[in-house]
Design a protein around this ligand. Structure first.
Ligand SMILES: N[C@@H](CCC(=O)N[C@@H](CS)C(=O)NCC(=O)O)C(=O)O
Length: 249
């Protein structure tokens, strides 16, 4: 049976898994879901509704870190972790911190501003799903915005705390990348992959399958803050261009 990845095109946790699959050259069938409509589909596979979810034969794995573990054990080349146990531990610690702090902060901050621009965010939310979903979203946009803000606790205050959390994390990453090309040891690992994938919405790389908005269309506070972060995002952009293999045709 083919490997299926249930996902949102826009989700940076899903991008983490897409990247790992592409890096390992694993062929898979992407199942792009529309936020909201995904619940019914995903809950047929697992109890919780969050994506990414990987289905392989009879196995269903939910959550980007668990999926990376699974991929490394079933498709070992190239490995996503160093062989040295201490370095492995350090890579996993980076990943845990990035998953729990950077992931939610990037999402909260970006949605806070993008939801103020329905025309920009609608094609991003509906990316890779049937074209009529764009009209569905536009028709029910205010309700969708309300649900998303309530569910993910997105408001002016949480956008500010998310911005501070991202700044701290980007400082720590910049310090690490000044010392070495990689977060752990002397090879690319899932720590680097996680950092670059979770911050990718801030530098909008080309292989990420959403129509990124032009910078000059973004709300001014977001545009100004992104301009300030340009330097700090460079090491992550470099990782992206050097290690993000394109999806096999
Ligand atoms: N820690 C999880 C986070 C996954 C997550 O937050 N997924 C979001 C999209 S970015 C989601 O599916 N939200 C909708 C839901 O939970 O139903 C992971 O690493 O996969």
């Amino acid at each position: 049976m083919a490997i299926k990845l249930y996902q949102f095109a826009i989700s940076h946790y899903c991008e983490k898994v897409r990247w790992a699959l592409d890096l390992k050259g694993v062929q898979y069938q992407p199942v792009y879901l529309l936020p909201g409509q995904h619940i019914k589909v995903v809950k047929q596979l697992v109890d919780q509704s969050s994506v990414p979810v990987l289905e392989h034969d009879t196995r269903v794995i939910q959550g980007s870190a668990a999926i990376l573990d699974y991929l490394d054990s079933h498709f070992p080349e190239p490995p996503l972790l160093p062989t040295n146990p201490e370095l492995r531990q350090r890579a996993l610690e980076w990943e845990r911190r990035l998953d729990s702090v950077a992931g939610p902060a990037v999402r909260c901050y970006c949605y806070h501003y993008l939801l103020q621009r329905p025309r920009l965010v609608t094609p991003m939310l509906a990316a890779r799903t049937p074209f009529y979903n764009r009209y569905l979203i536009r028709l029910g946009f205010s309700r969708l915005e309300h649900i998303m803000r309530k569910w993910m606790k997105i408001n002016e205050q949480t956008a500010r705390t998310s911005r501070d959390a991202m700044e701290q994390m980007l400082k720590d990453l910049a310090t690490a990348y000044q010392k070495s090309d990689f977060l752990v040891g002397n090879q690319f690992s899932r720590a680097d992959l996680t950092a670059a994938a979770l911050f990718a919405p801030l530098f909008q790389p080309e292989p990420y399958p959403v129509p990124w908005p032009a910078q000059d269309k973004l709300p001014e506070p977001m545009r100004a803050w992104l301009a300030q972060q340009e330097q700090a995002l460079l090491p992550l952009q470099r990782l992206y261009s050097q290690h993000r293999a394109a999806r096999p045709a």
